[in-house]
Design a protein around this ligand. Structure first.
Ligand SMILES: [NH3+]CCCOc1cc(-c2cn[nH]c2)ccc1C(=O)Nc1ccccc1
Length: 338
């Protein structure tokens, strides 16, 4: 029964058009009825997921721990007998991939603005012990303030023994995959991410990939050789940074901490990349707690205790979306339907 499947979702959201799909998921735009805020809902059919189900669990657990202004925020998870719904932050500007294609390539200045945001998100992840492992322009969305938001944490890894632990599963998209990863050797997720960031920076500055071939064997050979074209519009500083990122030997590759105040990164801007999250998670916002406790006719203490469970249920969603309204300067008000 479709109604049963969607009842929990339909109670709080009005689902609109599809905004994207990838592999085993369809993503739709939706309205969160109690606040009127726009969200994205990633819908997955458990049966169709098959062996990909662990990837979804990985993504959900990772996103519950990753709170950063350049990482797409998870608001709520709804699981029914047949489906999993992830309620996510909406990014009206679409994929960075399409943004580059529409412009052929970006100027060094615009590439720097975007790349600094990617460095901020990756530095945050690496400092929390996570590696993304599938960094590419298709997984970077643009919000209505031209901010990048990283998505798709289905392949991210948090090695048990911390970031020094080696990973073995070969994954991610071939054109962005590091040489050590496609060589089948054990590799460090963080080092593989830095290689992918090199491919990403190259794509921003040139509008095409450093290593490309229709034949996967040829592609792998090009990646392992680590040789790429250097069009004449690339500045000497850009060439230096690309060389430090696209180092075939992972031990010689630059680390994200060294990137934070790299001369190319700070050029024209003057300040290093700030990677700490702007999202405050430990202290609940008093105005939002007030609105929710009044609306639910419970005491503030009761509402605070409920919210501090971070169940990623409709209360967590209402809290995050009211907070988003407040930071965007809109009234912190709930409609009657909560
Ligand atoms: N390449 C992105 C296609 C659209 O996918 C998304 C869009 C949004 C989005 C759109 N607006 N705001 C957020 C949020 C999440 C995803 C996503 O995780 N897609 C996906 C990743 C891996 C496998 C299958 C699907």
């Amino acid at each position: 029964m479709v109604v049963e499947e969607y009842s929990e979702v339909a109670r709080h959201y009005r689902i609109k058009e599809t905004v994207g799909s990838g592999g085993f998921a369809k993503v739709k735009r939706a309205v969160h009825l109690p606040t009127g805020e726009i969200v994205a809902i990633k819908i997955m059919d458990k049966a169709a997921l098959g062996s990909d189900l662990p990837r979804v669990k990985t993504e959900i657990e990772a996103m519950k721990n990753l709170h950063h202004h350049h990482i797409c925020r998870l608001y709520q998870v709804i699981e029914t007998s047949r489906k999993i719904f992830m309620i996510l932050e909406y990014c009206s500007g679409g994929e960075l991939f399409d943004y580059i294609v529409q412009r052929d390539r970006l100027s060094e200045g615009e590439s720097r603005t975007f790349f600094r945001q990617i460095v901020s998100a990756v530095a945050y992840m690496h400092n929390l012990g996570y590696a993304h492992r599938d960094l590419k322009p298709e997984n970077l969305l643009i919000d209505d303030e031209q901010n990048l938001k990283l998505i798709d944490f289905g392949l991210c890894a948090k090695p048990k023994g911390g970031m020094s632990d080696h990973l073995y599963t070969c994954c991610g998209s071939p054109a962005y995959a590091a040489p050590e990863l496609i060589a089948g050797k054990s590799y460090m997720g963080s080092e593989a991410d830095l290689w992918s960031m090199g491919v990403l920076l190259y794509a921003l500055l040139n509008g095409f990939l450093p290593f490309d071939d229709d034949n996967i064997g040829m592609l792998y050979r090009k990646i392992k050789a680590g040789k790429y074209d250097t069009p004449d519009w690339l500045s000497p500083d850009s060439l230096i940074l690309l060389k430090q990122l696209l180092q075939v030997d992972p031990k010689r590759r630059i680390t994200v901490d060294k990137l934070l105040n790299h001369s190319w990164i700070t050029n024209d801007i003057g300040v290093p990349v700030e990677w700490h999250s702007k999202h405050q998670m430990s202290v609940l916002d008093e105005d939002v707690v007030t609105e929710m406790s009044v609306h639910r006719k419970v005491s503030r203490e009761t509402m605070k205790a409920e919210l501090e469970k971070w169940n990623y249920d409709y209360l967590t969603a209402a809290y995050f979306l009211l907070l988003k309204k407040k930071t965007s300067g809109r009234p912190v008000r709930l409609q009657m339907t909560l």
